[in-house]
Design a protein around this ligand. Sequence first.
Ligand code: ZN
Length: 182
Amino acid sequence: MDFLTKAYTPGPYVRDVDMVIIHCTRGGNPDPWKELQGTLDYMLDRRNEVSSHYVVDTEGSVIYVVEENNIAWHAGYSNPHSIGIELVQAFLGADFPRRQIVGLASLLASIAHRRWEYAGLNPWTHRGPLALPTWLIGHDATTQGARWGKTDPGPNFPWAALLFYVAYFGRVWGTSPLEGQS
Ligand SMILES: [Zn+2]
């Protein structure tokens, strides 16, 4: 498979990944298609030294930008042990459509299944007041993001809805907290 950008550090680093970091594009363009185009164009130019493994647009489509076994450039010193996902969101506080959250959730469940369930690890252990899976974090909650004053995905991000859909897709993929409940 061809990937979009040369803006990455070659892997492999499969075993080192312990975090999936959620970002927002915040390019300021109210047209979601232009916001997506602007994000991809920016990542395509290696001189900008910015990339993520995936971008999820407001329709829930997943765009593959950097192969997972390579290191994307999205979170400073967290890069070597994380997968980066950018959500198209033009500006802080803009709504995250449900279909975008569903698209993100299916991607997250796939990553959890491939990386942690296959390795015999339980991807459903959780932490904190939001009960996020231990491997899932917003950029604003990482030590790197906090140090740099990052606000993505921000206070209006629907974590509870996301976790519901992740658990649902986890049941489709294999085991999840919803297993046996139908
Ligand atoms: Zn970010």
